[in-house]
Design a protein around this ligand. Structure first.
Ligand code: DLL
Length: 435
C-alpha cells in the first residue's frame, strides 16, 4: 500500500481539483485586488477585475507577475496582510543583491509544512525516520521548509544546516540518519568526503534522499543513488511561491507532483507568452491559491519544464512536472545560490582599474561548482606591478562576494581580450552540462 499523507487532497478527481482551484483563484484575485495596491494598479490599468474570473481559463486575462514586481515593491509591498500577521520572512538567496522577500502568516507556515509532509511521505519517509537536513537554515527557504515538514510527519530532524562536511559524516553515522536532504552538488561532495574519511556512504543505511534547489541531470541522480545506495527524489520550489515543496517526486520517479490545491501551474512560451498545451515544454508559471501573507498570481518562474496530467501509478492525481532542464533568463544557480550576471556587473563597475568587459565561467571540475570571473584590466593596470594586480583582484573578489554572497575566482585578462559581440554579449559560459 502506498502511503499518501493527505489522501483527500492528493487523490482528488480532476473535476474536484478544478472546482477547488477556481474557488481559491477567485478568492485570491479578490484578496490581492483589495489588499495589495500593486496588483490593484496593474489590474485596473488593463481593466481586469475580480468578477472577470468566472472559469479557470480566465486566469489568462491576468497579467504576469515577475521578479521585477517583487523588486519594485521591496521589501513588503506584495504582502496582503498587516505586518503583525507575518510571523516569518525569507529571501531568495540570502544575498544583498537580490531583494526578493517572501512573508508568511501562521497559516502559510502550516501550509508549507503540509506541502513538505506530503513530499516526505512520497519518498517513503515517516515518523520512524531521522532526517539529516543539510539545507542552510536562514533566509534561504531550504532549511526551515524541510524542517517544518519533518516536524509535521513526526520524524526526527537533525538541523545540521550546510557546511562542516566532515562533521556531517560523523553525525550521520552516530545519530543513525535514515534520510538525507541536500542540493545535488552538495550531496556528491558529501559522498566524496565520506570516502576520504574512510566511510563508505553505501553503508550509512539511508532509506531515502531528497534533493533540489538547483538543476541536475539523470546521470547525477544515478551517481547520487549509487554513492549512497538509496533512492533520490526531486524537490522543487522557489522563494516567491513558498520555498521547497511546490512539487515533489514520488517513488515512481517520473516527474514531480505539484500540490494543485495550493498552486495553479501553466506552461507558456517565454517569447510569445502564449499558454502551451499539456506535454509542451516551456516556462512554468505559478499562481498561489492559498497563500495569505504574499499571494502571487501568474508568477513567471523562468524555469523550463512541461506538465503531465496522466494518472500516476502511485495513486496521486496531482499533475506532474518534469525535471527542470533550463531557464529562460540568465539566472545561474551556483552552489545553491541564485546569481544574476547583472550582480557581478554591478560589482565590477565599482572598480575603476577594470573595464566592464567580463565573462563568468562556471565549471564543475569534480563535483562542486567553481565560478570564475574573467575581467579586463585597464591598459595602465595591465603593465603595473603584480602586487597591485593581486590587490585589485582581492578588491573585486570582495565586491562580488558582497553582492552575491559567495567567493569567486577572479582573473584579470589583457585589455580587449574578451570577445565583443554585436548582439547580446555572452556573459555566462556554463560548462557544467546540466541540461
Ligand atoms: O531553491 C527552494 C528550494 C530549497 C527547493 C530546497 C528545493 C529544495 P530559491 O533559492 O528561490 O528557492 O531558488 C528557486 O531554484 O526557480 C529553480 O530555478 C531552482 N530550483 C529549485 N528547485 C529545483 C529543482 C529554492 N528541484 C530556483 N531542480 C527555481 C532544478 C530547481 N532547479
Amino acid at each position: 500500500m502506498v502511503k499518501i499523507w493527505n489522501d483527500n487532497a492528493e487523490s482528488m478527481s480532476r473535476g474536484d481539483i478544478e472546482e477547488l482551484q477556481l474557488k481559491n483563484l477567485q478568492a485570491t484575485v479578490k484578496n490581492v485586488f483589495e489588499n495589495v495596491p500593486h496588483y490593484k494598479k496593474k489590474y485596473s490599468e488593463i481593466g481586469v477585475y475580480p468578477e472577470d474570473i468566472q472559469q479557470l481559463g480566465d486566469i489568462e486575462k491576468l497579467p504576469f507577475t515577475t521578479k521585477e514586481d517583487l523588486r519594485e515593491t521591496y521589501p513588503y509591498g506584495m504582502f496582503a496582510v498587516s505586518p503583525k500577521e507575518i510571523i516569518e520572512v525569507h529571501s531568495s538567496s540570502g544575498t544583498t543583491g537580490k531583494p526578493v522577500v517572501s512573508g508568511y502568516t501562521r497559516k502559510d507556515i502550516d501550509g508549507w509544512a503540509e506541502l513538505i509532509a506530503r513530499g516526505l511521505t512520497m519518498m517513503g519517509i515517516d515518523e520512524d525516520d531521522i532526517i539529516q537536513n543539510t539545507h542552510g537554515y536562514g533566509l534561504f527557504t531550504g532549511g526551515f521548509g524541510v524542517h517544518y515538514g519533518a516536524h509535521k510527519i513526526g520524524s526526527t530532524v537533525i538541523p545540521i544546516s550546510t557546511g562542516q562536511t566532515r562533521r556531517q559524516i560523523e553525525i550521520m553515522e552516530d545519530f543513525k540518519a535514515t534520510a538525507l536532504i541536500f542540493t545535488p552538488s552538495y550531496g556528491l561532495y558529501l559522498a566524496e568526503v565520506a570516502k576520504e574519511e574512510g566511510v563508505d556512504p553505501k553503508n550509512l543505511g539511508l532509506k531515502a534522499i531528497g534533493f533540489g534547489a538547483e538543476m541536475w541531470t539523470e546521470e547525477m541522480r544515478k551517481k547520487i543513488e549509487e554513492s549512497f545506495n538509496a533512492p533520490a527524489y526531486n524537490i522543487y520550489g522557489l522563494t516567491e511561491l513558498i520555498g521547497p515543496g511546490v512539487a515533489v517526486e514520488c517513488k515512481q520517479q517520473q516527474g514531480l507532483h505539484i500540490s494543485e490545491d495550493f498552486f495553479f501551474p501553466e506552461i507558456i512560451n517565454s517569447k510569445t507568452l502564449e499558454t502551451l498545451d499539456e506535454g509542451k515544454k516551456g516556462e512554468l508559471v505559478l499562481t498561489s491559491l492559498k497563500r495569505e501573507g504574499m499571494p502571487i498570481l501568474r508568477f513567471r518562474t523562468k524555469d523550463i519544464t512541461s506538465l503531465d496530467y496522466e494518472k500516476c501509478d502511485c495513486g496521486r492525481t496531482f499533475v506532474r512536472m518534469k525535471r527542470i532542464t533550463g531557464r529562460s533568463d540568465d539566472m545561474l544557480k551556483v552552489k545553491g545560490v541564485a546569481i544574476f550576471p547583472s550582480q557581478i556587473e554591478k560589482a565590477l563597475l565599482k572598480v575603476s582599474e577594470v573595464e566592464p568587459h567580463y565573462q563568468i565561467i562556471v565549471t564543475r571540475p569534480n563535483i562542486m561548482d567553481d565560478i570564475e570571473v574573467k575581467v579586463e584590466a585597464t591598459e595602465n593596470l595591465f603593465f603595473d606591478e603584480v602586487k597591485e594586480m593581486v590587490n585589485i583582484k582581492n578588491k573585486i573578489g570582495n565586491y562580488i562576494e558582497n553582492e552575491i554572497g559567495i567567493r569567486v575566482k577572479v582573473t584579470l585578462v589583457e585589455p580587449k581580450s574578451i570577445p565583443r559581440s554585436e548582439g547580446k554579449a555572452q556573459r555566462v559560459i556554463d560548462n557544467r552540462n546540466l541540461h
